[in-house]
Structures are given as C-alpha cells and as structure tokens.
Write a protein that binds this ligand. Structure first.
Ligand code: HEC
Ligand code: HEC
Length: 299
C-alpha cells in the first residue's frame, strides 16, 4: 500500500473513532460495568446463571411432549419463527438485596435460545416497573446446538464482566422494544410451556402484568425506546392485560389466542380478537403500533 493511502486510511479510522464517541443524541454511552451499577441500584445484584440450569422449553405434538426436532410449524407451540426445535432453556431467579436477603418484587429471567451463541436476561422490578435488558456478547457461549453450554456467566464483581456482557448502547440499538413493547416479558405459548421445577405447574415466566403495571427501561441509551400497547376502545381482550403486536398475533407462527383466551372461557371474545387482528393486519410482523398508547411510566 502507498504511504499516502495508509495515512488517509489511518486518518479516516481516527475520524470514525471520534464520531463514535460523539453520540448524535447527546446521550451518554455507558460501559457495561457502569450500566450494571445503574441496574443494581434499581434491582439489586445481577445474578449469575448457567444455561444448563434452565428448564427445557417443551415441544408438543397433538398434546404430547416430543424430544426430537420437528419440522417448521409441525408442533402445537412453535417459537417466534415457527420453529419446533428442542433444547432452548429458560430460568427464573428471584431478586435479592445486596446482603443476599430475598427481594420477591424483583425477578430475573434468563433465556438460552437453541442456535444462539449468547444468552439474554431481563430483570424486572414488579413494583417500580424498572427493567433491565441484558445480552451476552456474540460468541461468549459456544453455539447452543442442542446441549447447553456449561458456563457460569460472570457478575459485575468478576474481572471479565465487560468481556461477557454487551455495553448498553449495543443492546439499545438492537431494539428489543420492537417486540417487548407493551410489557417486559412475552408469554408465547412456546415459552410459557416451561414450568417451575417445584411441580406446581407454574410457568417459569412471571405472571402476565395487568393493564396498569409500570414498565420502563434502565439507562439513558434506552430513552428513545418506544414502549406502547395496542389501545382499541372497548376491546375486551385489553381489559385484563396489555398487548402489543407480536404477542397479540405472531404472523410467523399464527398462534390462535382465541383457543386460550380469556382463561376462564376461551373463545368467548372472538369478535374482540378478530378486531385486534384486523387492526394489526396492516402493520409489519414486528412493527411497533404507531398509534399505540404509552405504557404507564415508572415515576
Ligand atoms: C423480533 C422480536 C423480538 C426482539 C427484537 C427481541 N425479542 Fe426477546 N423474545 C421475543 C419473543 C417472541 C419471546 C418469547 C419466546 C418465543 O416465543 O420465542 C422472547 C423472549 C425473550 C426472553 C425470555 C423471557 C420472555 O419475555 O419470554 C428474554 C430474556 C428476551 N426475549 C430478551 C431479549 C433481549 C435482551 C432483546 C434485545 C437484545 C430481545 N429479547 C429482542 C421476541 C423478541
Ligand atoms: C379475564 C382476564 C383476561 C382477558 C379478558 C383476556 N386475557 Fe389474555 N391473559 C390473561 C391471563 C391471566 C394471562 C396469563 C396466563 C396465560 O398465559 O394463560 C393472559 C395472557 C395472554 C397473552 C400472553 C400475554 C403476553 O403478552 O405475554 C396473550 C397474547 C393474551 N392473553 C391474549 C388475549 C386475547 C387475544 C384476549 C381476548 C380474546 C385476552 N387475552 C383476554 C387474562 C385475560
């Protein structure tokens, strides 16, 4: 390479670097560790987990659990892409105070999706609504082809925390809110099939929130995340809980919520559900409802 070309290359690299530091929104961009401090102030210590300790998300065919991969759509409860693969795991960890005493209003859910080489975690304070979105750096875990990687993920006091967990700006840019829009947790039929190991038939996922529950995301990098729910006047489906696009009607797997809702009398609100589907028809599969109503904020 010519010397001038090299200098130009170096120069553009430096320019690029300086641009990265100058965030256009003027919002500060924190490191993973600083973000962890903000999260721990709201939710208490970020827990470690090991994907192997998660509960296997079951796949059913005609009501019977199967233990081999099925073709796309060929199961009762496909995942968000319509896949029927075995091996994804999910776990719930109760929050604690820094002295280790339990903090039942705080819940952490970790998620190890088949095929990923990372894991995700959402922490949520059910009283204040404060919520944390966390994701491991791509490749931190070996690809979860089926068997889960036996790795205990680092916590903020571990020296390798920032090598393992993404900085908040890197998570914010992924727009988790385009699907996790009306509530922190999405209760697809697939994921809700995973039950606590205590034999109570209670799902790993915390119970669905009410229509009044607060929801906001910790960290200034997330301040432009829209958190909205579908708001159709007088629609009975929206009286107990909020809904947003993907969790009301996932185009990919076309879950027919009419078969399950409302819990006491499934099918009794078909007309309300049909009007939600008609309303969503014109939105893209994972689009945020442009006419949605903001969720109740945290303060
Ligand atoms: C394209 C839509 C979409 C996006 C974007 C998305 N998720 Fe999810 N997420 C889902 C769905 C749907 C589920 C429920 C499981 C399923 O059916 O696949 C889920 C489940 C989860 C879970 C398990 C707990 C729960 O709510 O069910 C965690 C943790 C999670 N997502 C974290 C994240 C994080 C962190 C991001 C951003 C980096 C993100 N998700 C982005 C659709 C999405
Ligand atoms: C009487 C209260 C009530 C009504 C009315 C109701 N639901 Fe639900 N819904 C629940 C409860 C409780 C859950 C959580 C338990 C479960 O998943 O089975 C839930 C869960 C859901 C979920 C998963 C939510 C998520 O975001 O994670 C969807 C989707 C849903 N309902 C859709 C509907 C639709 C569509 C209707 C109208 C046909 C409806 N619901 C009417 C009580 C209700």
């Amino acid at each position: 390479m010519k010397k001038t070309a090299l200098i130009i290359l170096l120069f553009s690299f430096v320019l690029l670097l300086s641009q990265c530091e100058n965030d256009p929104d003027g919002a500060s961009e924190n490191s993973a560790l600083v973000q962890a401090g903000l999260i721990e102030a709201e939710l208490g210590p970020i827990p470690t987990f090991n994907c192997e300790d998660g509960i296997l998300i079951p796949i059913y065919v005609n009501g019977t659990e199967v233990f081999q991969d099925q073709a796309k759509y060929a199961c009762d409860n496909p995942d968000l892409k319509g896949e029927c693969l075995i091996g994804s795991r999910i776990g719930r960890i109760e929050g604690t105070n820094s002295d280790g005493t339990p903090r039942p209003e705080v819940v952490w859910v970790f998620f190890c999706r088949r095929g990923d080489n990372f894991a995700q975690m959402i922490g949520h304070n059910t009283t204040t609504g404060q919520t944390a979105f966390l994701e491991l750096v791509d490749g931190y875990l070996p690809t979860n082809a089926y068997a889960q990687p036996n790795v205990n993920v680092p916590v903020p006091s571990d020296a390798n925390y920032a090598d393992a967990w993404k900085a908040p700006a890197d998570i914010a840019i992924q727009g988790c809110n385009s699907c996790h829009s009306s509530d922190p947790f999405i209760h697809s039929r697939w994921v809700a099939g995973a039950k606590m190991a205590n034999g109570t038939n209670e799902p790993i996922l915390p119970e669905v929130a009410t229509s009044q529950s607060k929801y906001c995301v910790i960290g200034s990098e997330f301040s432009n995340w829209e958190l909205v729910h579908i708001d159709l006047t007088g629609n009975n489906c929206l009286s107990c809980h909020r809904l947003s696009n993907i969790n009301a009607w996932n185009y990919e797997n076309n879950t027919d919520w009419d078969l399950y809702m409302p819990p006491g009398n499934p099918g009794s609100m078909s007309t309300d559900y049909q009007s939600i589907k008609d309303y969503l028809q014109n939105l893209g599969a994972f689009e945020i409802d442009p006419n949605g109503t903001d969720v109740p904020n945290c303060d």
